[in-house]
Write a protein that binds this ligand. Structure first.
Ligand code: AMP
Length: 214
């Protein structure tokens, strides 16, 4: 099963992607997490990506594609994956479609987690992340058991630099200009499914499972 998660930053697609990955035993591939891990390790890729991420801009397609194509070649991708934060532009989506079609393969579902812009800024201000394991929480909607501590690995939770309000605004602009057109792209491919992302995390997940198991 190959799944693409779509939605604005902060729509909750990462949380849902992790839940899907756990239920169906497929890898959760987040380009944002991979970039952040590279930044933490101080790699060349991390240094290049950071300059764009800090400004709320997308990392150039060439860098992103190199990274993701390498990830797809790993053995754990054999039975599918759930992609979170990739593709984010039409050229990325086209490159993915091409790479899959060369293997007679395709994306099975593109799930758009729909949350209006007015809810996004509010949500992002409460988001807390674990830079060690990629866990994400929300102080109100998905709180960790112990305040400020990751439930999954016990590391300290932080506010991502790019979750600060002025950067969130820029990320939303990038989303509308570059990523939202993917909704039409996957609708034309016949695989788009919309879910309401404003309801409880568990309810969003139940609705996604219904779609995947229909
Ligand atoms: P995310 O964790 O998915 O919200 O991504 C955080 C940041 O990483 C984004 O704002 C972009 O700067 C960068 N990024 C992540 N995925 C991509 C992608 N597929 N294409 C370009 N930039 C990306």
């Amino acid at each position: 099963m190959k799944i693409v998660m779509l939605g604005a930053p902060g729509a909750g697609k990462g949380t849902q992607a992790k839940m899907i990955a756990a239920k169906y035993d497929i890898p959760h591939i987040s380009t944002g997490d991979i970039f952040r891990a590279n930044i933490k390790e101080g790699t060349e890729l991390g240094k290049k990506a950071k300059a764009f991420m800090d400004q709320g801009q997308l990392v150039p397609d060439s860098l992103t594609l190199e990274l993701i194509m390498d990830r797809f070649s790993k053995a754990d991708c054999a039975n599918g994956y759930v992609l979170d934060g990739f593709p984010r532009t039409i050229p990325q989506a086209e490159a993915l479609t091409k790479a899959l079609s060369e293997k007679n393969d395709k994306i099975d579902f593109a799930i758009n987690v729909d949350v209006p812009d007015e809810n996004i800024i509010n949500r992002m201000s409460g988001r807390r992340c674990c830079l060690k394991c990629g866990g994400t929480f929300h102080v109100k909607y998905n709180p960790p058991k112990e305040e400020g501590i990751c439930d999954l690995c016990g590391a300290e939770l932080v506010i991502r630099d790019d979750d600060k309000p002025e950067i969130v605004q820029k990320r939303l602009v990038a989303y509308h200009e570059q990523t939202q057109p993917l909704i039409d792209y996957y609708a034309k491919e016949g695989v788009l499914q919309n879910v309401d992302g404003t309801v409880d995390v568990e309810v969003v997940f139940e609705n996604i499972v219904k779609i995947l198991e229909k």
